[in-house]
Write a protein that binds this ligand. Structure first.
Ligand SMILES: NC(=O)c1ccc[n+]([C@@H]2O[C@H](COP(=O)([O-])OP(=O)(O)OC[C@H]3O[C@@H](n4cnc5c(N)ncnc54)[C@H](OP(=O)(O)O)[C@@H]3O)[C@@H](O)[C@H]2O)c1
Length: 403
Protein backbone atom coordinates (compact mmCIF):
# COMPACT_ATOMS: atom_id res chain seq x y z
CA UNK A 1 0.00 0.00 0.00
CA UNK A 2 1.34 3.44 -0.85
CA UNK A 3 0.22 7.02 -0.98
CA UNK A 4 0.96 8.95 -4.17
CA UNK A 5 1.05 12.73 -3.91
CA UNK A 6 0.16 14.90 -6.86
CA UNK A 7 3.03 16.16 -9.04
CA UNK A 8 3.18 19.51 -10.83
CA UNK A 9 2.37 18.12 -14.26
CA UNK A 10 -0.70 16.33 -12.96
CA UNK A 11 -1.66 19.30 -10.82
CA UNK A 12 -1.73 21.58 -13.82
CA UNK A 13 -4.47 19.38 -15.29
CA UNK A 14 -6.73 19.43 -12.25
CA UNK A 15 -9.84 21.53 -11.90
CA UNK A 16 -9.33 24.93 -10.27
CA UNK A 17 -11.14 23.73 -7.15
CA UNK A 18 -8.95 20.68 -6.71
CA UNK A 19 -5.82 22.61 -7.62
CA UNK A 20 -6.46 25.14 -4.87
CA UNK A 21 -6.40 22.27 -2.36
CA UNK A 22 -3.90 20.04 -4.13
CA UNK A 23 -1.66 19.67 -1.09
CA UNK A 24 -4.45 17.75 0.61
CA UNK A 25 -5.26 15.54 -2.33
CA UNK A 26 -3.80 12.08 -1.95
CA UNK A 27 -4.30 9.01 -4.02
CA UNK A 28 -4.36 5.79 -2.06
CA UNK A 29 -2.84 2.97 -4.05
CA UNK A 30 -3.64 -0.58 -3.04
CA UNK A 31 -2.11 -3.76 -4.39
CA UNK A 32 0.01 -4.36 -7.45
CA UNK A 33 -2.35 -5.29 -10.29
CA UNK A 34 -2.05 -4.02 -13.86
CA UNK A 35 -2.17 -0.33 -14.72
CA UNK A 36 -5.65 0.77 -15.64
CA UNK A 37 -6.65 3.50 -15.60
CA UNK A 38 -3.65 5.81 -16.10
CA UNK A 39 -2.35 8.01 -13.25
CA UNK A 40 -3.85 11.07 -14.97
CA UNK A 41 -7.23 9.40 -15.19
CA UNK A 42 -6.94 8.43 -11.53
CA UNK A 43 -6.13 11.95 -10.46
CA UNK A 44 -8.81 13.47 -12.64
CA UNK A 45 -11.30 11.10 -11.07
CA UNK A 46 -9.96 12.02 -7.60
CA UNK A 47 -10.40 15.67 -8.46
CA UNK A 48 -14.06 15.10 -9.35
CA UNK A 49 -14.72 13.55 -5.91
CA UNK A 50 -12.45 15.96 -4.17
CA UNK A 51 -13.04 17.09 -0.57
CA UNK A 52 -10.22 18.95 1.23
CA UNK A 53 -8.30 16.64 3.57
CA UNK A 54 -10.15 13.54 2.38
CA UNK A 55 -8.14 10.55 1.21
CA UNK A 56 -9.67 9.08 -1.93
CA UNK A 57 -9.25 5.35 -2.54
CA UNK A 58 -9.79 4.33 -6.06
CA UNK A 59 -7.52 1.85 -7.71
CA UNK A 60 -5.67 -1.41 -7.54
CA UNK A 61 -2.43 0.06 -8.79
CA UNK A 62 -1.01 3.40 -9.84
CA UNK A 63 2.61 2.66 -10.56
CA UNK A 64 2.56 3.41 -14.28
CA UNK A 65 3.95 1.15 -16.98
CA UNK A 66 3.95 4.05 -19.43
CA UNK A 67 4.92 7.39 -18.01
CA UNK A 68 5.96 10.73 -19.47
CA UNK A 69 9.48 9.24 -19.24
CA UNK A 70 8.64 6.06 -21.16
CA UNK A 71 10.75 7.03 -24.17
CA UNK A 72 13.88 7.36 -22.05
CA UNK A 73 13.51 4.40 -19.69
CA UNK A 74 15.91 1.52 -20.24
CA UNK A 75 14.89 -1.15 -17.75
CA UNK A 76 18.07 -0.78 -15.68
CA UNK A 77 17.45 -2.33 -12.27
CA UNK A 78 18.08 -0.06 -9.29
CA UNK A 79 19.24 -0.95 -5.79
CA UNK A 80 19.24 1.64 -3.00
CA UNK A 81 22.05 1.56 -0.45
CA UNK A 82 20.87 2.96 2.95
CA UNK A 83 17.37 3.82 4.10
CA UNK A 84 17.62 7.43 5.33
CA UNK A 85 15.79 10.60 4.39
CA UNK A 86 17.04 11.14 0.87
CA UNK A 87 16.85 7.42 0.02
CA UNK A 88 13.09 7.66 0.57
CA UNK A 89 12.77 10.74 -1.64
CA UNK A 90 14.76 9.06 -4.41
CA UNK A 91 12.75 5.83 -4.17
CA UNK A 92 9.56 7.84 -4.45
CA UNK A 93 10.83 9.63 -7.58
CA UNK A 94 11.96 6.36 -9.17
CA UNK A 95 8.42 5.07 -8.62
CA UNK A 96 6.92 8.32 -10.00
CA UNK A 97 8.94 7.85 -13.17
CA UNK A 98 8.10 4.13 -13.40
CA UNK A 99 11.75 3.10 -13.15
CA UNK A 100 12.74 -0.36 -12.03
CA UNK A 101 13.53 -0.32 -8.30
CA UNK A 102 14.26 -3.92 -7.28
CA UNK A 103 16.32 -3.90 -4.08
CA UNK A 104 17.31 -2.02 -0.95
CA UNK A 105 20.18 -2.67 1.47
CA UNK A 106 20.51 -1.42 5.02
CA UNK A 107 22.72 -2.05 8.03
CA UNK A 108 19.67 -3.71 9.57
CA UNK A 109 17.12 -6.16 8.21
CA UNK A 110 14.38 -4.27 10.03
CA UNK A 111 15.10 -1.00 8.21
CA UNK A 112 15.48 -2.76 4.89
CA UNK A 113 12.14 -4.52 5.39
CA UNK A 114 10.34 -1.31 6.39
CA UNK A 115 11.77 0.57 3.40
CA UNK A 116 10.93 -2.29 1.04
CA UNK A 117 7.35 -2.37 2.32
CA UNK A 118 7.04 1.41 1.91
CA UNK A 119 8.13 1.41 -1.72
CA UNK A 120 7.08 -2.10 -2.71
CA UNK A 121 10.63 -3.33 -3.34
CA UNK A 122 11.18 -7.03 -4.02
CA UNK A 123 14.54 -7.62 -2.27
CA UNK A 124 15.35 -6.27 1.22
CA UNK A 125 18.97 -6.95 2.21
CA UNK A 126 20.36 -6.81 5.78
CA UNK A 127 23.75 -5.42 4.66
CA UNK A 128 25.29 -3.27 1.95
CA UNK A 129 27.44 -6.25 0.94
CA UNK A 130 24.31 -8.33 0.33
CA UNK A 131 22.77 -5.54 -1.76
CA UNK A 132 25.78 -5.15 -4.07
CA UNK A 133 25.98 -8.96 -4.42
CA UNK A 134 22.37 -9.15 -5.65
CA UNK A 135 22.49 -10.39 -9.26
CA UNK A 136 19.20 -8.62 -10.00
CA UNK A 137 20.74 -5.19 -9.35
CA UNK A 138 22.47 -3.28 -12.19
CA UNK A 139 23.01 0.11 -10.57
CA UNK A 140 23.36 1.16 -6.93
CA UNK A 141 22.33 4.55 -5.51
CA UNK A 142 24.59 5.39 -2.54
CA UNK A 143 22.76 7.53 0.02
CA UNK A 144 24.81 7.21 3.21
CA UNK A 145 26.47 10.25 4.91
CA UNK A 146 29.39 11.63 2.85
CA UNK A 147 32.26 9.94 4.76
CA UNK A 148 30.84 6.54 3.75
CA UNK A 149 30.31 7.37 0.06
CA UNK A 150 33.82 6.33 -0.95
CA UNK A 151 33.74 2.96 0.79
CA UNK A 152 30.15 2.19 -0.26
CA UNK A 153 30.62 3.20 -3.90
CA UNK A 154 33.88 1.25 -4.01
CA UNK A 155 32.07 -1.84 -2.71
CA UNK A 156 29.44 -1.54 -5.44
CA UNK A 157 32.02 -1.02 -8.20
CA UNK A 158 34.04 -4.00 -6.97
CA UNK A 159 30.88 -6.09 -7.34
CA UNK A 160 30.43 -4.93 -10.94
CA UNK A 161 27.61 -2.44 -10.32
CA UNK A 162 27.24 1.02 -11.80
CA UNK A 163 26.88 3.69 -9.10
CA UNK A 164 25.04 6.95 -8.58
CA UNK A 165 26.58 8.59 -5.50
CA UNK A 166 24.85 11.27 -3.44
CA UNK A 167 26.44 14.69 -3.09
CA UNK A 168 28.91 15.62 -1.81
CA UNK A 169 30.41 12.94 -4.08
CA UNK A 170 33.05 12.03 -1.48
CA UNK A 171 34.73 13.67 1.51
CA UNK A 172 37.63 14.99 -0.57
CA UNK A 173 39.41 14.89 -3.92
CA UNK A 174 41.64 11.91 -3.13
CA UNK A 175 38.62 9.69 -2.53
CA UNK A 176 36.89 11.04 -5.64
CA UNK A 177 39.91 10.27 -7.82
CA UNK A 178 40.03 6.73 -6.48
CA UNK A 179 36.40 6.11 -7.51
CA UNK A 180 37.00 7.68 -10.91
CA UNK A 181 39.96 5.40 -11.51
CA UNK A 182 38.26 2.23 -10.27
CA UNK A 183 35.14 2.83 -12.38
CA UNK A 184 37.28 3.46 -15.47
CA UNK A 185 39.26 0.26 -14.87
CA UNK A 186 36.05 -1.76 -14.48
CA UNK A 187 34.22 -0.06 -17.36
CA UNK A 188 31.41 1.06 -15.04
CA UNK A 189 29.48 4.28 -14.63
CA UNK A 190 30.16 6.33 -11.52
CA UNK A 191 28.11 9.50 -11.37
CA UNK A 192 27.56 12.21 -8.75
CA UNK A 193 23.89 12.62 -7.85
CA UNK A 194 23.92 16.41 -8.34
CA UNK A 195 20.26 16.13 -9.36
CA UNK A 196 19.79 19.88 -9.87
CA UNK A 197 21.89 19.84 -13.04
CA UNK A 198 19.46 17.40 -14.65
CA UNK A 199 16.26 19.34 -13.89
CA UNK A 200 14.32 20.71 -16.89
CA UNK A 201 14.79 24.38 -15.93
CA UNK A 202 18.56 23.86 -15.80
CA UNK A 203 18.48 22.17 -19.19
CA UNK A 204 16.67 25.22 -20.60
CA UNK A 205 19.14 27.60 -18.92
CA UNK A 206 22.07 25.78 -20.52
CA UNK A 207 20.35 26.11 -23.92
CA UNK A 208 19.94 29.85 -23.41
CA UNK A 209 23.59 30.21 -22.40
CA UNK A 210 24.75 28.16 -25.39
CA UNK A 211 22.67 30.40 -27.67
CA UNK A 212 24.37 33.48 -26.20
CA UNK A 213 21.05 34.88 -24.97
CA UNK A 214 22.73 36.75 -22.11
CA UNK A 215 25.65 38.19 -24.09
CA UNK A 216 28.92 37.97 -22.19
CA UNK A 217 28.38 36.52 -18.73
CA UNK A 218 29.98 38.73 -16.11
CA UNK A 219 28.79 37.34 -12.78
CA UNK A 220 26.84 34.50 -11.16
CA UNK A 221 25.48 34.30 -7.61
CA UNK A 222 23.57 31.68 -5.64
CA UNK A 223 22.86 30.71 -2.06
CA UNK A 224 21.80 27.52 -0.34
CA UNK A 225 20.70 28.38 3.15
CA UNK A 226 18.46 26.33 5.43
CA UNK A 227 17.64 26.16 9.10
CA UNK A 228 18.80 22.65 9.95
CA UNK A 229 19.22 20.76 13.25
CA UNK A 230 21.77 22.24 15.67
CA UNK A 231 22.26 18.99 17.60
CA UNK A 232 26.06 18.43 17.65
CA UNK A 233 25.52 14.70 17.01
CA UNK A 234 23.47 15.35 13.86
CA UNK A 235 24.99 14.45 10.49
CA UNK A 236 25.05 18.17 9.59
CA UNK A 237 27.29 19.06 12.56
CA UNK A 238 29.29 15.95 13.51
CA UNK A 239 32.69 15.93 11.80
CA UNK A 240 32.82 12.11 11.84
CA UNK A 241 29.63 12.16 9.71
CA UNK A 242 31.05 14.75 7.29
CA UNK A 243 29.17 17.61 8.97
CA UNK A 244 29.23 21.16 7.61
CA UNK A 245 27.23 23.53 5.46
CA UNK A 246 29.77 23.43 2.62
CA UNK A 247 29.59 19.73 1.74
CA UNK A 248 25.86 19.50 2.36
CA UNK A 249 24.57 22.82 0.99
CA UNK A 250 27.43 24.88 -0.48
CA UNK A 251 28.14 22.11 -2.97
CA UNK A 252 24.97 23.18 -4.84
CA UNK A 253 25.84 26.82 -5.58
CA UNK A 254 29.49 25.91 -6.18
CA UNK A 255 28.53 23.20 -8.66
CA UNK A 256 26.09 25.68 -10.26
CA UNK A 257 28.57 28.52 -10.78
CA UNK A 258 31.03 25.93 -12.12
CA UNK A 259 28.41 24.69 -14.57
CA UNK A 260 27.83 28.21 -15.90
CA UNK A 261 31.35 29.63 -15.78
CA UNK A 262 33.75 26.68 -15.78
CA UNK A 263 36.43 25.97 -13.19
CA UNK A 264 37.53 28.75 -10.85
CA UNK A 265 41.06 30.11 -11.24
CA UNK A 266 40.96 32.00 -7.94
CA UNK A 267 39.09 30.92 -4.81
CA UNK A 268 38.57 33.07 -1.73
CA UNK A 269 36.50 31.69 1.12
CA UNK A 270 35.45 32.73 4.60
CA UNK A 271 33.49 30.63 7.04
CA UNK A 272 32.05 30.42 10.50
CA UNK A 273 32.44 27.24 12.51
CA UNK A 274 30.29 25.74 15.27
CA UNK A 275 31.53 24.09 18.44
CA UNK A 276 32.04 20.71 16.76
CA UNK A 277 34.52 22.23 14.28
CA UNK A 278 32.06 21.93 11.37
CA UNK A 279 31.18 24.97 9.25
CA UNK A 280 27.76 26.57 9.65
CA UNK A 281 28.29 29.43 7.16
CA UNK A 282 30.59 29.60 4.16
CA UNK A 283 30.87 32.39 1.59
CA UNK A 284 33.02 32.16 -1.53
CA UNK A 285 34.15 34.68 -4.10
CA UNK A 286 35.72 33.12 -7.17
CA UNK A 287 37.08 34.17 -10.54
CA UNK A 288 36.51 31.64 -13.31
CA UNK A 289 38.21 30.59 -16.55
CA UNK A 290 36.14 33.10 -18.53
CA UNK A 291 37.16 35.96 -16.21
CA UNK A 292 33.66 36.17 -14.72
CA UNK A 293 33.12 36.45 -10.98
CA UNK A 294 30.92 34.26 -8.79
CA UNK A 295 29.66 34.53 -5.23
CA UNK A 296 28.12 31.71 -3.21
CA UNK A 297 26.72 31.45 0.30
CA UNK A 298 25.73 28.46 2.38
CA UNK A 299 24.29 28.34 5.87
CA UNK A 300 22.85 25.53 7.97
CA UNK A 301 21.50 27.93 10.61
CA UNK A 302 19.10 30.20 8.73
CA UNK A 303 16.95 30.16 5.59
CA UNK A 304 17.88 32.84 3.06
CA UNK A 305 16.42 33.56 -0.39
CA UNK A 306 17.73 30.36 -2.03
CA UNK A 307 17.73 32.21 -5.33
CA UNK A 308 20.31 32.44 -8.11
CA UNK A 309 21.20 34.92 -10.84
CA UNK A 310 23.34 34.81 -13.96
CA UNK A 311 24.24 38.32 -15.09
CA UNK A 312 25.24 38.98 -18.70
CA UNK A 313 25.81 42.09 -20.81
CA UNK A 314 22.58 41.56 -22.82
CA UNK A 315 20.30 40.07 -20.14
CA UNK A 316 20.25 38.22 -16.84
CA UNK A 317 18.53 35.08 -15.63
CA UNK A 318 16.81 35.23 -12.24
CA UNK A 319 16.04 31.76 -10.88
CA UNK A 320 13.36 31.91 -8.22
CA UNK A 321 13.47 30.19 -4.87
CA UNK A 322 14.19 27.38 -4.46
CA UNK A 323 16.55 27.60 -7.40
CA UNK A 324 18.08 24.11 -7.02
CA UNK A 325 14.65 22.40 -7.09
CA UNK A 326 12.08 22.51 -9.94
CA UNK A 327 11.12 26.19 -10.15
CA UNK A 328 10.53 29.22 -12.37
CA UNK A 329 13.03 31.59 -13.91
CA UNK A 330 12.95 34.74 -16.02
CA UNK A 331 15.25 36.17 -18.64
CA UNK A 332 15.32 39.91 -17.92
CA UNK A 333 16.78 42.62 -20.19
CA UNK A 334 18.88 45.39 -18.58
CA UNK A 335 15.87 47.75 -18.92
CA UNK A 336 13.73 45.34 -16.87
CA UNK A 337 11.76 43.83 -19.78
CA UNK A 338 11.02 40.14 -19.23
CA UNK A 339 12.11 38.30 -22.37
CA UNK A 340 11.20 34.76 -21.30
CA UNK A 341 9.50 33.17 -18.33
CA UNK A 342 9.99 29.47 -17.66
CA UNK A 343 7.67 27.42 -15.47
CA UNK A 344 8.72 23.93 -14.39
CA UNK A 345 6.27 21.07 -14.65
CA UNK A 346 7.90 18.30 -12.72
CA UNK A 347 6.30 15.37 -10.97
CA UNK A 348 7.58 14.49 -7.52
CA UNK A 349 10.78 16.02 -6.18
CA UNK A 350 12.61 15.81 -9.53
CA UNK A 351 15.38 13.33 -8.68
CA UNK A 352 14.21 11.02 -11.45
CA UNK A 353 15.92 13.12 -14.14
CA UNK A 354 19.41 12.22 -12.90
CA UNK A 355 18.35 8.55 -12.75
CA UNK A 356 17.12 8.71 -16.34
CA UNK A 357 20.40 10.36 -17.38
CA UNK A 358 22.35 7.54 -15.71
CA UNK A 359 20.18 4.95 -17.47
CA UNK A 360 20.78 6.53 -20.88
CA UNK A 361 24.55 6.58 -20.33
CA UNK A 362 24.60 2.90 -19.39
CA UNK A 363 22.35 2.03 -22.32
CA UNK A 364 24.67 3.89 -24.70
CA UNK A 365 27.79 2.31 -23.20
CA UNK A 366 29.12 5.67 -21.98
CA UNK A 367 31.05 6.05 -18.73
CA UNK A 368 30.17 9.70 -18.27
CA UNK A 369 27.86 12.36 -19.64
CA UNK A 370 28.19 16.00 -20.72
CA UNK A 371 26.03 17.40 -17.94
CA UNK A 372 28.43 16.51 -15.15
CA UNK A 373 31.49 14.53 -16.30
CA UNK A 374 33.20 12.61 -13.54
CA UNK A 375 36.38 14.69 -13.96
CA UNK A 376 34.32 17.74 -13.03
CA UNK A 377 32.94 16.07 -9.89
CA UNK A 378 36.55 15.26 -8.94
CA UNK A 379 37.68 18.84 -9.63
CA UNK A 380 34.78 20.23 -7.58
CA UNK A 381 35.85 18.04 -4.65
CA UNK A 382 39.32 19.58 -5.07
CA UNK A 383 37.79 23.08 -4.84
CA UNK A 384 35.86 22.08 -1.71
CA UNK A 385 39.19 20.84 -0.23
CA UNK A 386 40.70 24.25 -0.96
CA UNK A 387 37.74 26.09 0.58
CA UNK A 388 37.88 23.91 3.70
CA UNK A 389 41.62 24.55 3.98
CA UNK A 390 40.92 28.31 3.88
CA UNK A 391 38.19 28.17 6.55
CA UNK A 392 39.91 25.54 8.73
CA UNK A 393 37.68 22.45 8.45
CA UNK A 394 39.32 19.01 8.37
CA UNK A 395 37.61 15.65 8.75
CA UNK A 396 38.85 12.80 10.98
CA UNK A 397 41.40 10.59 9.22
CA UNK A 398 41.85 13.07 6.40
CA UNK A 399 45.54 13.54 6.98
CA UNK A 400 46.00 10.17 5.28
CA UNK A 401 43.55 10.78 2.42
CA UNK A 402 44.88 14.20 1.58
CA UNK A 403 48.49 13.04 1.70
N1 LIG B 1 19.98 15.15 -3.16
C1 LIG B 1 19.45 15.78 -2.13
O1 LIG B 1 18.56 16.61 -2.25
C2 LIG B 1 19.93 15.42 -0.75
C3 LIG B 1 19.17 15.80 0.37
C4 LIG B 1 19.60 15.39 1.62
C5 LIG B 1 20.76 14.66 1.75
N2 LIG B 1 21.49 14.33 0.64
C6 LIG B 1 22.74 13.56 0.77
O2 LIG B 1 22.38 12.21 1.01
C7 LIG B 1 23.26 11.62 1.96
C8 LIG B 1 22.42 11.07 3.11
O3 LIG B 1 21.67 12.11 3.67
P1 LIG B 1 20.31 11.84 4.48
O4 LIG B 1 19.75 13.15 4.80
O5 LIG B 1 19.48 10.85 3.75
O6 LIG B 1 20.91 11.18 5.80
P2 LIG B 1 20.15 10.25 6.86
O7 LIG B 1 18.70 10.50 6.84
O8 LIG B 1 20.90 10.41 8.13
O9 LIG B 1 20.38 8.78 6.30
C9 LIG B 1 21.66 8.25 6.12
C10 LIG B 1 21.55 6.73 6.06
O10 LIG B 1 22.88 6.24 5.86
C11 LIG B 1 23.02 4.99 6.52
N3 LIG B 1 24.22 5.03 7.37
C12 LIG B 1 25.33 4.28 7.20
N4 LIG B 1 26.25 4.54 8.12
C13 LIG B 1 25.73 5.48 8.93
C14 LIG B 1 26.20 6.15 10.09
N5 LIG B 1 27.41 5.90 10.61
N6 LIG B 1 25.40 7.06 10.66
C15 LIG B 1 24.19 7.34 10.16
N7 LIG B 1 23.68 6.74 9.05
C16 LIG B 1 24.45 5.81 8.45
C17 LIG B 1 21.74 4.76 7.33
O11 LIG B 1 20.96 3.82 6.58
P3 LIG B 1 20.82 2.30 7.08
O12 LIG B 1 20.55 2.35 8.55
O13 LIG B 1 19.68 1.79 6.30
O14 LIG B 1 22.09 1.57 6.76
C18 LIG B 1 21.04 6.09 7.33
O15 LIG B 1 19.66 5.97 7.34
C19 LIG B 1 24.26 12.71 2.34
O16 LIG B 1 25.45 12.54 1.61
C20 LIG B 1 23.57 14.00 1.94
O17 LIG B 1 24.46 15.03 1.53
C21 LIG B 1 21.07 14.68 -0.59
Amino acid sequence: MAVMTIGMRVRSRLTAKARSHHDHLKVLVVGMGSITPSPYELVESAARDFRPGKLTKFCERAIPRRTPYAETMTGLRWGILATGGIAGAFASDLRTAGLDLVAVGSRSQESADAFAARFDIAHAHPSYEALVSDPDVDIVYVSTPHPMHHENARLALEHGKHVLVEKAFTLNRTQAEDLQQLAAERGLLVMEAMWTRYLPHMVRIRELLADGALGEIRAVSADHTQQLPTDPAHRLNALELGGGALLDLGIYPISFVWDVLGAPTTIRAVGRLVETGADSEVATVMIHESGAVSTTLSSSRGAGPNAASIVGTEARIDIDRVWYTPTTFRVVRPDGTVQEEYVSEVEGRGMQYQALAAERLVRDGLLEGDILPIAESVAIMGALDEIRAQIGVRYPGEEDDRG
